[in-house]
Design a protein. Structure first.
Length: 143
């Protein structure tokens, strides 16, 4: 496999993703985009992403990681999942789906969309619509 060609192809794909979302492909956005969008769907916190980008030799502040994740979310590239007041995950799968949370590990896993049904939703106020519903099923390991 031609590693340079693969890396160039990944860069072009990430650049296209950013441009299509209306974002300028800055060095920081490209570095974070490669970690987020070049593979399978991911659930990641800003702190974990910051550690990954730092381990790759990029100099990006934690504040820039937070700002970029929120820019990606506003552009529709990520879904934000607030688990608790102090823990926010960003999901590269932006479809309407739910999650398992493995509590001791803090790991999120997707639940297949046809596994949960929700009945009895209230009517939203006039002029409003429900955009999505987040269900988080918390798991602990059996003893």
């Amino acid at each position: 496999m031609d590693l340079d060609r693969t890396e160039n192809s990944d860069c072009e794909t990430i650049e296209s993703i950013l441009r299509d979302a209306g974002l300028r492909p800055t060095r920081q956005r490209m570095a974070l985009g490669r970690l987020l969008f070049a593979g399978d769907d991911r659930h990641i916190t800003a702190e974990l992403l910051h550690a990954e980008v730092t381990n790759n030799g990029e100099h990006v502040s934690l504040a820039t990681v937070y700002n970029t994740l929120h820019q990606f979310r506003r552009a529709g590239l990520l879904r934000e999942i607030a688990i608790e007041s102090n823990k926010t995950y960003f999901d590269t799968n932006t479809s309407n789906h739910n999650h398992f949370l493995i509590e001791p590990d803090g790991e999120l896993m997707d639940i297949q969309s046809d596994c949960i049904s929700i009945d009895g939703l209230p009517e939203p106020p006039e002029g409003m619509r429900i955009s999505h519903i987040d269900v988080v099923v918390r798991l602990v390991r059996e003893d």
